[in-house]
Design a protein around this ligand. Structure first.
Ligand code: CTP
Ligand code: CA
Length: 235
C-alpha cells in the first residue's frame, strides 16, 4: 500500500501573520515609517507553511521576495489603517494569529494634497493622530473558547519585562515575544533574534490584589526562521 503522507503539526490550520513596517504619508512624496525589514514575519510565514498551515501574510512595504509557496497568500498594504482593514477581513477564520508588524502608532492628521514646499518656512509643525491598535482590537474580538491563539511582539529599549507584561495583559495575548533592541543579535534587519517569551499566569493565581505575574522565559539567540519554528510549535 502507498505510504501515507507525513502529518505535519499545523496541517489544516490557518495562520494569520502581520509583517514589516507601515508607511504613513505626509504628502504625495513623503512618509513616516520605521526600520522594520519584515524578516521575522516572513520567517513565520515560510515556517508555518512548511509545518502544513495555510497562511495569510499581511505585509507592509518590504524588500523581501514574495513567498512562493502556494499555501501562502500575501496581502500588500501600506498604512496602518489598511493593515487594520486587511486583518479585520482575515482574522475570523484564523487559528493562530502572529503580529510581528511594526505598525506606525500615529499618522498625519491631514495629508497634504500637494507637495509641501520649504520656501518661506524656517520650521514646520505636523500634527499626528493615533492609529488603531490592531493587536489590541484582535485581542478584544478573538473567540473566547481558546480555539484562536494570539501572539504579539514587543520591541523595547528599556524595562523589557515590565513593558511586555503590560502588553500581554492589555492586548489579551496568549503569548508575547519581547526583544530588547540593544541586545547583540536582536532587532531590525538582523537574521537572528534574542527574545523573552511571556505567557499569561495560570488562572488559579487569582484572589490576590497584586498584579498577576506572567510566566517569563528568556530564550537563547537564534535565527529568525528557527525562532519562528519554535514559537509556532508552542502556540
Ligand atoms: N501593534 C498593532 N497595532 C498597532 C501598534 C502595535 O498591532 N497600532 C502590535 C505590534 O504588531 C506588536 C505589538 O502590538 O505585536 C506591540 O507593538 P509595540 O509597538 O511594541 O507596542 P505598542 O502597544 O504600540 O506600545 P509602544 O510602541 O508605545 O511601546
Ligand atoms: Ca508602537
Amino acid at each position: 500500500s502507498p505510504t501515507s503522507p507525513e502529518t505535519k503539526p499545523l496541517d489544516g490550520l490557518h495562520v494569520l501573520i502581520t509583517a514589516g513596517p507601515t508607511q504613513e504619508p505626509l504628502d504625495p512624496v513623503r512618509f513616516l515609517t520605521n526600520h522594520s525589514t519584515g524578516k521575522m514575519g516572513y520567517g513565520f510565514a515560510h515556517e508555518a507553511a512548511a509545518l502544513g498551515a495555510t497562511v495569510t501574510l499581511i505585509s507592509g512595504p518590504v524588500s523581501l521576495p514574495e513567498p512562493g509557496e502556494p499555501t501562502i497568500e500575501t496581502v500588500h498594504v501600506t498604512t496602518a489603517q489598511q493593515m487594520f482593514e486587511a486583518v479585520q477581513q482575515a482574522y475570523e477564520s484564523a487559528d493562530i494569529i502572529v503580529m510581528t508588524a511594526a505598525v506606525g502608532d500615529f499618522r498625519v492628521s491631514e495629508v497634504a494634497g500637494e507637495k509641501i514646499k520649504k520656501a518661506g518656512r524656517s520650521s514646520i509643525q505636523i500634527e499626528l493622530v493615533s492609529n488603531p491598535d490592531i493587536l489590541a482590537w484582535v485581542g478584544a474580538h478573538k473567540r473566547t473558547d481558546g480555539s484562536q491563539v494570539l501572539c504579539g511582539f514587543a520591541m523595547e529599549t528599556q524595562h523589557l519585562i515590565e513593558n511586555a507584561a503590560k502588553k500581554l495583559a492589555s492586548k489579551h495575548c496568549d503569548m508575547l515575544v519581547a526583544n530588547n533592541l540593544r541586545d547583540a543579535g536582536a532587532g531590525f534587519g538582523t537574521d537572528t533574534n534574542v527574545v523573552t517569551v511571556l505567557t499569561p499566569a495560570p488562572a488559579d493565581a487569582s484572589d490576590s490584589q497584586a498584579p498577576i505575574q506572567p510566566r517569563v522565559e528568556k530564550w537563547q539567540k537564534m535565527g529568525k526562521t528557527e525562532l519562528a519554528h519554535q514559537l509556532l510549535l508552542r502556540l
